[in-house]
Design a protein. Structure first.
Length: 177
């Protein structure tokens, strides 16, 4: 197998892994998967991938440690970080640690392959601000707290300082995904 088409996928969402793996395999990649840093270290002992896709939040672990490990293993590897919790601080750190690109979820195989191709940077990128509404910020915070509490609505409501029924009404208006 051509090692240049070997991709390692570090992601803890099993459904997303299955979908992304199948999609990359149809495009001619050989895909190795793991859901944590220890598994990544084990994969790198026997493999030399040219591409990597890393989720920023791997349960209690940070995907940034995986980015650092991947870059140390091969500084020429193209690494794309995916996250549902995008922020400027984590984007900057991911790039400093060796990521070639940073994408907010939801992202698909086309987005990731395009990010691999854009690893050099583009000085003509427009500087237009991308405003975020208060409702979007609130929803992102609620979703992060829900994920941290294993989608337990009562626990999430306690952490958010709101009544459980209020949180349930908010969730009924916008599906968690």
């Amino acid at each position: 197998m051509n090692e240049e088409r070997l991709l390692v996928l570090v992601e803890d969402d099993a459904d997303f892994v299955r979908t992304l793996k199948r999609s990359f395999e149809r495009r001619g990649y050989r895909v190795l998967t793991t859901d944590n840093h220890a598994g990544l270290v084990a994969l790198l002992a026997d493999n030399n991938p040219g591409y990597a896709v890393v989720d920023l939040k791997l349960g209690p672990e940070s995907g940034l440690v995986c980015v650092q490990t991947l870059h140390a293993h091969d500084p020429g590897m193209l690494i794309v970080v995916l996250t549902g919790f995008a922020s400027i601080a984590t984007a900057v750190e991911a790039i400093k640690l060796g990521a070639s690109n940073y994408l907010a979820k939801p992202s698909n195989t086309d987005d990731i392959e395009a990010a691999f191709a854009r690893s050099a940077g583009d000085p003509s990128t427009p500087l237009a601000p991308r405003p975020t509404s208060i409702k979007t910020l609130e929803w992102e915070h609620i979703h992060e707290v829900l994920k941290d509490s294993d989608f337990n609505i009562s626990e999430a409501a306690r952490r958010l300082g709101m009544h459980r029924r209020t949180l349930a009404r908010k969730l009924a208006k916008r599906q968690v995904g």
